[in-house]
Design a protein around this ligand. Structure first.
Ligand code: NAD
Length: 357
């Protein structure tokens, strides 16, 4: 049976890096007989230029009917002055919302070959492999009421609401436990239960869910301590599960441990495990069109897509192993280049991964 993949290259370096990921997918498709069918659509600034909106309804419908969506990145100076209602980023927020993508998976993996790229000592980070599971559609970013109001004394007051219903905590918790079962069977749930009632409930729900996963070792950690531990001894973590705001901050911290943003993939999944897969980085307008962007984050996002939405773990392993081999062989794009390695273009990096597969 064929599997439908919608490609949304987007803006800036998006089309260059997605092209390399497609090349890699085509090779594993042939080798592992996956039956992938690709359809390409517009998102972000390129969609605004053609359709007048950052995500056309017809594109959204195709994404909702697909098995998975692989995206490049959106945005760029060309569209920065547009009205905020039709900015490129709105297309991304809309697709996340409409597809119900509540679970954001952000692996922070540091290939031992790149340990020098981290700002931490190599021995602290070499071989790092953390998965941050962030709740993406709830919490304080969406809670009502919110706004800026005028107080009786004439002073303005800003306010937001940190809310999580039990079902929201349970479904993201379940995603984290399921992921841990496929990894090292450890979940650390991050909250601020000493101060925020909403996270007292978070802790309770995660704790009771853990009874369904007796093999998984569950721990709880306050977010301030988690931030500290991430830079003190990051390898103590396997899966971290947390709410939207804490996840936003911790996943960027974890990303930086790895040194290069050009290496980091991500996935956003809904309850049917359909998902949107994209590199963590943006559209890098400063290097767009030069053929020097690192395509590995997008290639690794494609591997996540095979693993989580298409249940093709072996094919995903093959891509990840090929990336390891390419790094072993000393190939580096400009962003991860160091003395003694071979500097390659976007296309040459894609070709090297294809050859390694
Ligand atoms: P960015 O991630 O695009 O770039 C930050 C720096 O990292 C730049 O110097 C860039 O050249 C470099 N970089 C990023 N990806 C790289 C890669 N694959 N290979 C080599 N170097 C790479 O972040 P920014 O400059 O803050 O944002 C640029 C645009 O991207 C903005 O319009 C922003 O809104 C958008 N953005 C989009 C997404 C997304 O689509 N999910 C995420 C973040 C930013």
């Amino acid at each position: 049976m064929s599997k439908k993949i919608v490609l949304l290259p987007g803006d800036g370096i998006g089309p260059e890096i997605v092209a390399e990921a497609v090349k890699v997918l085509e090779v594993v498709d042939k080798k592992h007989k996956l039956g992938l069918k690709f359809e390409e659509e517009l998102i972000g600034g390129s969609a605004i230029d053609v359709h007048g909106v950052p995500l056309a309804s017809s594109t959204l419908e195709k994404c909702q009917a697909a098995d998975a969506v692989l995206m490049g990145s959106v945005g760029g100076p060309k569209w920065d002055t547009l009205d905020s209602s039709i900015r490129p980023e709105k297309g991304l927020l809309k697709i996340r919302y409409e597809m119900g993508l509540f679970g954001n998976l952000r692996p922070a993996i540091l290939y031992p070959q790149l340990a020098d790229a981290s700002s931490l000592k190599p021995e602290l980070v070499a071989g790092l492999d953390i998965l941050i599971v962030r709740e993406l559609t709830g919490g304080i970013y969406f809670g009502e009421p919110r706004g800026i109001r005028l107080l009786d004394n004439g002073e303005r007051q800003g306010y937001n609401t940190y809310v999580y219903a039990e079902h929201e905590i349970e479904r993201i918790g379940r995603m984290a436990f399921e992921m841990a079962m496929k990894r090292n069977k450890k979940v650390c749930s991050v909250d601020k239960a000493n101060v925020l009632e909403a996270t007292v409930l978070w802790r309770e729900v995660v704790q009771s869910l853990s009874r369904e996963y007796p093999e998984v070792e569950l721990s709880h950690m306050y977010v301030d301590n988690a931030a500290m531990q991430l830079v003190r001894q990051p390898k103590q973590f396997d899966v971290i599960v947390t709410g939207n705001m804490f996840g936003d901050i911790l996943s960027d911290t974890a990303a930086m441990l790895t040194g290069s943003i050009g290496m980091l993939p991500s996935a956003s999944l809904n309850k049917d495990k359909r998902g949107l897969y994209e590199p963590v980085h943006g559209s890098a307008p400063d290097i767009a069109g030069q053929g020097i962007a690192n395509p590995l984050a997008t290639i690794l996002s494609a591997a996540m897509m095979l693993r989580y939405s298409l249940d093709q773990g072996e094919a995903a392993d093959a891509i990840e192993a090929a990336v390891g081999k390419v790094l072993d062989d000393g190939y580096r794009s400009a962003d991860i280049f160091s003395e003694g390695c071979t500097k390659v273009s976007t296309k040459e990096m894609g070709d090297a991964v294809v050859a390694a597969i």
